[in-house]
Structure formats: structure tokens, C-alpha cells
Design a protein around this ligand. Structure first.
Ligand SMILES: [Zn+2]
Length: 229
């Protein structure tokens, strides 16, 4: 185990520490993640001690430090420690240059400011380049999930998803729109209703300057949202 912790310390050193919504330099293997969970669990025990919770004897909370540590490492922050989704590309054989819109894609993230859940839907619009590549539709779900699995703010989340699609598939245009509820707003602070949402959109390439394309994208998002009701 001490060896694992040593490995982890190398990984968690200054050359690899990153912002809460960025991936670390190189992904962690199973043993490194296990060591991280052990370390995180002991820090959570300390936190509960500070909060004067008798977690060692509380029948509800006895395993909570280990449970929460695992949740952070393997789920909530998995998009920092694991490899990005593999993108299978297909030739754009038909030379499609029309706007493709997919969604709603589930957004499950956690806000970087309060560590409270963010949940909602994402829509992705892509205009492939005629001689470029297109990717399987389910990949967009995986890409969204990968970037959601970090401590996020919604404005940067849409940009990260957009940039990843641009870098991996070089399309002519991309649009990413997220509509989400932030529990840091519904469960604390102003305690707004859960109907209170935030919408952010990020555009790239030909989508950026073309009003008609933007309107077409927004219309498709509304249509996809309605058909999901
Ligand atoms: Zn927040």
C-alpha cells in the first residue's frame, strides 16, 4: 500500500495538479485510484470530526467516508482521472454538410463553487466538413458525460465540449447548448424553484457568425426537447 501512496504522490505532485474541471496530465490506473480513495476517505473522516459527527458509531455514516471518496474518484471526478472517450470516426461518404443536431443528452455534473449537483440536458449541433470525418451519435453522449464528470461551471462546460469535438473531428461548425438546474441555487442561497434553469451555448466555426444556422440549431433544440416530453 505504501508503494501505491508513493505512486499517487508523484501523480498528485505540482506537475500534474490541474484545475477542478481539467484532466490531470496522465490518467490513473486502478491501483493509483484505489490509493487516492483511501487517502480521500481519511480526509473525509477528518472533515466529519471537525463537524462533530460521530461517524465511527453512527450506523448511517460508518461507511460514508469510503463511500463518498469512491464516488468522487470513480464517478463525480472520473473525467479528470480517466482517459477521454475513444472516438470512432467514419468517412463522410455522402459528403454531408448539413446541420446534425442530437439531444437531449443527460447532464449530470457538480458545481465547482459549492459542490452541489447540476442536472439538465445538452444538445450538440455539428456541421461536418465535406472531406472530413463524422462520429457515431452515441459518442456525443460519452463526450458530454466525460466533461460533466468534473467540478464544473456551466459556461466552461459548453466550451470544453465544443473544443473537444473541434479537435477530434475538425468539423466546419459546432454548437453546444446546455439547459440545467443548479442545486446550489435551489437548495441554498436564494432557494429558487427547480424550474429555474440556466442556458449556455457555445458556437464554433461557421456556426459562430451565421444567424440563420444559429436559429436553425435553436429550433431543433426546442423540437428535440418537446419530443422528449
Ligand atoms: Zn454553485
Amino acid at each position: 500500500m505504501s508503494n501505491m501512496i508513493n505512486n499517487l504522490k508523484i501523480v498528485a505532485g505540482s506537475n500534474s495538479a490541474r484545475l477542478g474541471n481539467e484532466a490531470i496530465d496522465s490518467s490513473l490506473d486502478l491501483a493509483q485510484r484505489a490509493a487516492m480513495m483511501t487517502e480521500a476517505a481519511s480526509k473525509l473522516e477528518e472533515l466529519f470530526d471537525v463537524l462533530m459527527i460521530d461517524h465511527r458509531n453512527d450506523h448511517n455514516m460508518r461507511d460514508t467516508p469510503a463511500r463518498v471518496a469512491k464516488m468522487f474518484v470513480e464517478e463525480v471526478l472520473s473525467g479528470r482521472f480517466q482517459e477521454p472517450p475513444k472516438i470512432t470516426e467514419f468517412e463522410n461518404a455522402a459528403g454531408t454538410e448539413d446541420l446534425i443536431v442530437t439531444g437531449p443528452i443527460e447532464v449530470r455534473s457538480m458545481c465547482a463553487h459549492h459542490l452541489m449537483p447540476i442536472y439538465g440536458e445538452a444538445y450538440v449541433g455539428v456541421i461536418p466538413s465535406r472531406d472530413g470525418k463524422i462520429i457515431g451519435l452515441s459518442k456525443y453522449d460519452r463526450i458530454v458525460d466525460y466533461f460533466c464528470s468534473r467540478f464544473q461551471i456551466q459556461e466552461e462546460l459548453v466550451k470544453q465540449i465544443t473544443n473537444f469535438i473541434v479537435e477530434t473531428t475538425q468539423p466546419r461548425g459546432v454548437a453546444v447548448r446546455i439547459s440545467a438546474t443548479h442545486m446550489c441555487k435551489t437548495h441554498r442561497g436564494v432557494r429558487s424553484t427547480r424550474e429555474s434553469r440556466m442556458i449556455t451555448t457555445s458556437y464554433h466555426g461557421v456556426m459562430e457568425g451565421d444567424r440563420e444556422l444559429k436559429q436553425e440549431f435553436q429550433r431543433e433544440c426546442v423540437a428535440l426537447a418537446r419530443s422528449g416530453d
